[in-house]
Design a protein around this ligand. Sequence first.
Ligand SMILES: Nc1ncnc2c1ncn2[C@@H]1O[C@H](COP(=O)(O)OP(=O)(O)OP(=O)(O)O)[C@@H](O)[C@H]1O
Ligand SMILES: [Mg+2]
Length: 466
Amino acid sequence: MQRPSTTSLYGSRVLLIDDDEDTRDLGAMGLAKHGYQTQTCSSVEEALELLERSNGELGAVVTDLQLGSRSGLEVCEWVTQNRPDTPVILVTGHGSLDAAIGAIRVGVWDFINKPIDLSRLAHSLERALSHSRLKQEVTRLRESVARPAVAAPIVGESRAIRAVLDLVERLHESDVSVLITGESGTGKELVARALHNTSNHAEGPFVAVNCAAMPAALLESELFGHKRGAFTDAREDREGLFVRASGGTIFLDEIGEMPMEMQAKLLRTLQDSRVRPVGSDDEVAFEARVLSATNRDLEDAVEQGTFREDLYYRLNVVHVPVPPLRARDNDVLLLAQHFIEAVVARTGKQVVGLSSQAAQKLIDYHWPGNVRELQNCIERAVALTRFEELTVDDLPPKIRRYQATRLVLDADDVEQMLTLEAVERRYIARVLEATGGNKTHAARVLGLDRRTLYRKLDRLEIGDKD
Ligand SMILES: Nc1ncnc2c1ncn2[C@@H]1O[C@H](COP(=O)(O)OP(=O)(O)OP(=O)(O)O)[C@@H](O)[C@H]1O
Ligand SMILES: [Mg+2]
């Protein structure tokens, strides 16, 4: 996974400026131990000449404050003006308040006292470099969203989302039934629309039905239509949604919630390509492509006997699993930028993007509500912000305060070590989180059969809330 905060900084080039030869040599040697290549020079003139010739290949600059008759602040100033992405660390022998104020004014990243504590310097460099990489990443994403070439409605470039786009592409001009699965808010409906828009009957209607929203009897009349007098409120004949979708696509959303008795009727309908309106003796033919979606684990439902196996296979000719947002690497930033621009276009508010600290928070958070949650978060932040870049303060508290939980497997302190059961419990909960609660998938990852997983969930009292 490529995340800017954890990208290896190993091998970055650092320019070290000091008029004392010993300091230069010791510094270069010490930084080499931390994996940095160092280039050294001894004066402001030399440094500026070198910097002018460099073309962004220098990762960071470390400069002494007093360089003969001139000041390291001149170097700082030049860098912040001409290479704003390159962080500068100022080394001072005097730790004076004036120097500190001057340093902050010209935008240095950090300043440290002499004699140089090399591990402190290496640590500061690491933070500076990962910060500047994140900043560059944000700029890159901002530009790539701004380019109209990304006209595709499904935003993302992670491997996980590319697998989805690839499937959509391969289904171009196809009519097969597709089952779209994924956690709530991952973009299942968006995928359904993309499949429709690239099908042979993109010109035809796209009719979406939420199968969870109504009781069986009502759903039946919605889907299949009814005859006048079929029930009390049926004052006239009504065409069903299957017929209305003819020449296009019918999208059965939340299919996992469909009551058993409706499942049987739906199966027959799909087999015959005909519907029988409620209260009618005659059947009506229709011709519509069937897409369905669910956030439930249908294989599990089949096993539990709450979803018909034959219907499952009928709907699931091709399966498109939509990954949770937390599995999409930096797409979270790309999507955030996409939503910022959408709000800006709508409201005209002057917001250009995210601050790098806010970007880091978005990367760290685990997004249980997926893309929809991100969209809400960005719309809220744009409404609240007083700045051109969204800041951490503009994010909701739970995202601001989120701390990624890690398994404490590398603890050295015996007191902090966990029981085997606690590790098992946390790990299973973590795998379930990563698979979006899909137990079949989780069992596969854990190398267990599903029954064993269920027993463990019971014993370890891991509920859905975990
Ligand atoms: N990859 C994406 N690029 C751009 N917008 C997206 C993307 N994924 C989702 N969205 C947007 O996020 C919102 C939620 O997506 P959608 O309604 O398709 O999710 P869903 O999986 O159907 O959710 P639910 O399970 O709650 O019905 C929509 O506004 C959608 O346009
Ligand atoms: Mg939906």
